[in-house]
Design a protein around this ligand. Structure first.
Ligand code: SAM
Length: 240
């Protein structure tokens, strides 16, 4: 099955962009995912093909017109009725690995890319559009956010990473950051690879990795650690 990505944007030439390279690029040419763009401006109705207007209540910048964006969304919905529609916005719910996994298991995704000050809020009431943020910072447009979201989904599609790497151990899959990695040379600038990783003792290596994943998560991401240890304390097996 092909994972169908449909991107609503004012800059269709930005796609597939970096997703045409490497792992995602190979998956695209193998037909594991498809990339279609819809030019939002094609749904403008005035002679200037306007897509934005000044913010109600005053202030800087411009806001994407709800009628134009909704017409583009309706077009996308008719083409791909089963795919969820995600609007990229810093005001959205933060994207998580769990959400990415769920999206990658589905038929595809329609992504709405904002520009200027973003979307008219009524769009979210009038259409089944889910606001999604890729982090607590502000980009100039939703296209790069869409590329991030798609990249995260595409690598999880069947056959993309190969059997050897399912991604199961990676950061966030178990609620923790992944353990740290090392490779040759064994000694570099006076620093050596931890002895345990060279011991060949798989049980000891697994225990070390678990401990480092927990320690690094606690120090670097107390928010994740709190959630993880809260969930662990509530599980039937207790603090395991
Ligand atoms: N006025 C908006 C705000 O403060 O929430 C920021 C608008 S931003 C300059 C323009 C567009 O970039 C947004 O409509 C959105 O599509 C995209 N964007 C910016 N930051 C983003 C983020 N963290 N996550 C997802 N999309 C983002």
């Amino acid at each position: 099955m092909t994972f169908a990505a449909q991107i609503l944007t004012l800059y269709p030439e930005m796609f597939p962009g970096p997703l045409g390279q490497s792992l995602a690029g190979r998956a695209l040419s193998e037909g594991r995912w498809s990339c279609d763009t819809v030019q939002i401006r094609d749904f403008a109705t005035d002679k200037h093909r306007s897509v934005d207007d000044t913010p109600a209540g005053g202030g800087a910048g411009m806001v994407l017109k709800p009628d134009v964006v909704a017409a583009a969304v309706d077009h996308a919905l008719a083409r791909q009725p089963d795919a969820p529609i995600l609007a990229m916005t810093p005001r959205g719910r933060p994207l998580t690995q769990e959400r990415v996994r769920a999206l990658a298991a589905g038929p595809g995704v329609t992504i709405l890319c904002g520009r200027f000050e973003g979307f008219d809020e009524r769009l979210f009431e009038a259409r089944p559009v889910e606001p999604v943020s890729i982090g607590d910072y502000v980009l100039s447009g939703g296209e790069t956010a869409a590329i991030v979201l798609l990249d995260a989904c595409i690598r999880l599609l069947p056959g993309v990473m190969g059997a050897a790497s399912s991604g199961d151990e990676e950061s966030f899959e178990s609620g923790l950051l992944e353990y740290p990695h090392y490779t040759r040379p064994v000694e570099w600038e006076g620093r050596t690879i931890p002895e345990v990783l060279r011991s060949g003792d798989h049980a000891k290596i697994a225990a070390w990795r678990k401990q480092r994943a927990e320690e690094d998560t606690r120090l670097r991401r107390p928010d994740l650690w709190e959630r993880h240890s809260g969930a662990r304390d509530q599980s039937p097996s207790g603090a395991q």
